[in-house]
Write a protein that binds this ligand. Structure first.
Ligand code: GLN
Length: 480
């Protein structure tokens, strides 16, 4: 890894004091965090009581508040987990701590990861550091705002249908959704278990990759996690430079229809990135992927079905908030869930229960599973034939808070570029393209299973042509 940012030593002495003041001030303006305490970070100590040293030594980071960090809150942006503190750390967090990083806080999100704007948080909205009238995206919007504002060099999110990549695109960051199984899900609060992964957001390719490498690998506590199979030599093409350009010999596929229904800025950003990849020597080819037409309905049937089962555990009995005044077990559960969940969560529980109802399963849930198989097969085959499948990340740039054109239904339709990778379990990396109208645009590259390295290699080439930008108010690499 060539370059990690100058954050070492920021959590001690006078630098810590300066850093804490900057964080407080930025937090007041952005509302990125639900809990923030740089003076008492969670870190790993070796057996002599010294801070762990490793690839990420001394780097502060933030964690979306649906991922467990021992001793910190774990609200999931929901009233139903108000005041709950986590007794253990997620495996992905633990691995970062062991690599020397220090967790300084928990970030805001759409309740249980359900949404695309972070406006569904039960606690507060988070604002976009590029323009505070706009959303930072979601559901990992707090993490994206924190990184874009230079409050931390990287942050973790979860990505069930785009929640790392879309906020990364809205805030001008790199955002990786790893291959399903590459990073343990142990310690993630489940929304839709078969779709979700932990992912990373950072301002640089190098750091995003270093964090991914530190988190990845089999974990006995998550039986779906595996060690990445080694890449064969042919997979290294994007690394080998040459007179014809660093991407000579690489093929990047653009699915037909990718340019339909985009905001003009998103279309320009996407075309600029594609042109840059072509200039770097990549061959850009059109590809037909007819199953992509079905990703949104398949995703929302499966995601809500799994959510309705996963969220059944929040009853007010074992943990989290408990509403007073109930006279029976049934009333306690009813009162707690009625007051504890927000509208979007209730909508999804109802929808998920509906598609799983006996007699309806074949009409909805089973049909969605068949579509998922079709989508996964088509995408896996396509990904094997090229170096990456390129698309926009989201049809709009960061939209205005409360924008009536982006109501909950429109937000769901707009997940059409991101949720395909979750249905197929493939890795996908959002990366910044040009600024348009003063706001970031993003491009998504989807790869073959466990092909994260190649996506990072292409991202590095793109960054040479279109250097990522930071929001004008927060441009320095390290604030103290
Ligand atoms: N917008 C998607 C949804 O609301 C993204 C969810 C996610 O990735 N957590 O379901």
């Amino acid at each position: 890894m060539s370059h990690l940012p100058p954050w070492g030593g920021i959590l001690v002495g006078a630098r810590l004091e300066a850093y804490s003041r900057v964080l407080e001030e930025r937090e007041r303006g952005l509302g990125a965090f639900l809990e923030l305490d740089p003076r008492n970070p969670v870190r790993a100590l070796d057996k002599d009581g010294k801070a762990a040293t490793g690839a990420l030594a001394g780097l502060p980071f933030a964690v979306k508040d649906n991922i467990a960090v021992e001793g910190m809150g774990l609200s999931c942006g929901s009233r139903i987990l108000d005041g709950f503190r986590s007794p253990y750390s997620a495996t992905c967090v633990r691995r970062l701590l062991e690599a020397g990083a220090a967790c300084i806080g928990k970030t805001n999100l759409d309740e249980f990861g359900m949404g695309s704007s972070s406006e569904n948080s039960a606690y507060k909205p988070s604002l976009n550091p590029w323009d505070r009238d706009r959303v930072p995206g979601g559901s990992s919007g707090g993490s994206a705002a924190a990184v874009a504002a230079g409050m931390v060099p990287f942050a973790l999110g979860t990505d069930t249908g785009g929640s790392v990549r879309q906020p990364a695109a809205f805030c001008g960051l790199y955002g990786l959704k790893p291959t399903y199984g590459a990073v343990s899900r142990f310690g993630l609060v489940a929304y839709a278990s078969s779709l979700e992964t932990a992912g990373v957001m950072a301002r640089t390719v190098d750091l995003a990759q270093a964090v991914f490498v530190a988190m990845a690998g089999r974990d006995p506590r998550d039986r779906t996690s595996v060690d990445a199979p080694g890449e064969e030599a042919a997979d290294r093409r994007a690394h080998t430079g040459g007179a014809a350009g660093p991407l000579a010999g690489s093929r990047i596929a653009v699915p037909s229809g990718s340019l339909l229904g985009l905001e003009p800025g998103v279309e320009r950003g996407f075309r600029n990135a594609i042109d840059a990849l072509r200039d770097a020597g990549a061959e850009v080819v059109d590809i037909e992927l007819p199953s992509l037409a079905h990703v949104v309905p398949a995703y929302y049937v499966i995601a809500t079905a799994e959510a309705s089962a996963n969220l059944a555990r929040f009853t007010g009995i074992s943990y989290g908030a408990r509403m007073a005044g109930a006279e029976s077990h049934e009333e306690l559960v009813l009162k707690t869930r009625s007051a504890g969940f927000g509208d979007e969560v209730k909508l999804r529980i109802l929808l998920g229960t509906y598609v799983l109802r006996s007699g309806f399963q074949y009409r909805y849930y089973h049909k969605a599973q068949k579509l998922r198989s079709l989508i996964a097969g088509e995408l896996a085959a396509a990904a094997l034939g090229v170096d990456a499948i390129a698309s926009p990340v989201f049809p709009t740039q960061a939209f205005r808070r409360g924008d009536p054109a982006m109501d909950p239904f429109m937000q769901k339709l707009a997940d059409r570029f991101t949720c395909a990778a979750n249905l197929a379990g493939l890795p996908a990396l959002a990366m910044p393209s040009t600024l348009e109208g003063g706001l970031p645009t993003g491009i998504q590259l989807m790869g073959r299973a466990f092909g994260e390295d190649r996506l990072f290699a292409i991202a590095r080439v793109l960054a040479d042509h279109i250097p990522p930008a930071a929001p004008p108010l927060y441009s320095e690499e390290c604030p103290a």
